[in-house]
Design a protein. Structure first.
Length: 339
């Protein structure tokens, strides 16, 4: 499985510890393939894809133009039982037949002499509006080839197409790099100096892609919920699973719930696609420490959500607690973004 580099290290790290943009492709007309070619050889890759559907379409991954039966995958949709595919012609990222916008991110281990391993998380918007909850999917896959990646394709095998504006961005990381800069620009770094029920990014520069990390330190019972641009109306919908349990959903609600009710410290990563004229799609992964000590297993949460605003980009992120406790001093939020 690919290693997730913690960007909290970036501020104090030596030059070279960064994600570089290796390439991107944005469709100028409808099509079934979005290919990013001539990729520099990096051992760790990050992929972000945002596809608008023209009819029923389902994103999949192909590597180096390989259309042979050289892929295998395992995925789970909306917390149901795993589905697997072996000797396939692609890695299946989402259930076929989807007709709404999709957003996903993934990490790829790209080591010469080893099979290529992928891990992706995705959200598909569902019918527009806060009254309709999104869907989610988690996928792991492999390309049974020991060559390194020079091109990556998001491929649609279904009857529809990807619409104009659909995009794939490939980033790369190499610990040996000593030049260049990270594509992820730091937009906010906030630490609470005293206990409270809110930690806010403040006003941030609008970027198409956002990555946020939040480490909450608990003082009593708390939650991890998100609001955007100070919108407190019933303009959100979400889907969430706690520690592998069945998904629960909420629609036409005033926040996106990205962490369990607990009295525990939490650590959360979430990614957002932030296109002004489209609903904002959020993918979150959170862990809750549980009681201190190695005899107590932590808890986990997977969530997706959407903000049904189609007229403005996100310029503020607020994480709120609605329980009786507080976020303690030292609770921290960092936000990065790029266009």
């Amino acid at each position: 499985m690919a290693i997730l580099i913690n960007p909290f290290r970036f501020a104090a790290a030596a030059a070279g510890l960064h994600w570089q943009e290796l390439g991107r492709t944005t469709l100028g007309s409808t099509g079934d393939d979005i290919t990013v070619s001539s990729l520099a050889n990096k051992p760790y890759l990050m992929v972000l894809y945002y596809v608008n559907q023209d009819g029923a379409a389902g994103p999949t991954i192909r590597v180096n133009g390989d259309t042979g039966s050289n892929y295998a995958w395992r995925n789970q949709r909306d917390g149901t039982s795993d589905t697997t595919g072996t000797s396939e012609t692609y890695i299946n990222l989402e259930h076929s037949g989807n007709t709404t916008n999709d957003f996903g991110y993934g990490f790829i281990s790209n080591i010469s002499g080893q099979e290529t391993l992928t891990q992706t998380h995705s959200i598909y918007q569902g019918t527009a509006g806060a009254g309709n909850t999104p869907n989610r999917q988690e996928t792991v896959g492999k390309w049974a080839n020991t060559s390194t990646i020079s091109s990556l394709t998001i491929h649609n095998p279904d009857a529809g197409s990807f619409d104009t504006g659909s995009e794939v961005v490939v980033l790369g990381y190499d610990p040996a790099d000593t030049t260049g800069g990270s594509v992820w620009e730091e937009l906010a770094d906030v630490t609470l100096g005293s206990a409270g029920d809110n930690i806010s990014s403040g006003t941030i520069t609008a970027k198409k892609y956002l990555w946020c990390q939040v480490h909450t330190i608990s003082s009593g019972e708390n939650t991890v919920k998100m609001q955007l641009n100070n919108d407190t109306g019933a303009n959100y919908a979400y889907r969430i699973s706690a520690s592998g349990g069945a998904d629960s959903t909420q629609s036409s609600i005033d926040e996106i719930y990205i962490g369990q009710n607990s009295g525990d410290n939490t650590f959360t990563n979430f990614f957002v696609v932030n296109v002004s004229a489209q609903e904002k799609l959020v993918i979150g992964n959170s862990m809750e420490q549980n009681s201190a000590g190695a005899t107590n297993a932590p808890n986990r949460t997977e969530s997706v959500g959407k903000w049904a605003n189609t007229s403005a980009q996100i310029t503020e992120i607020d994480i709120n607690n609605t329980q009786t406790g507080d976020f303690a001093s030292g609770t921290r939020m960092k936000v990065w973004g790029f266009d």
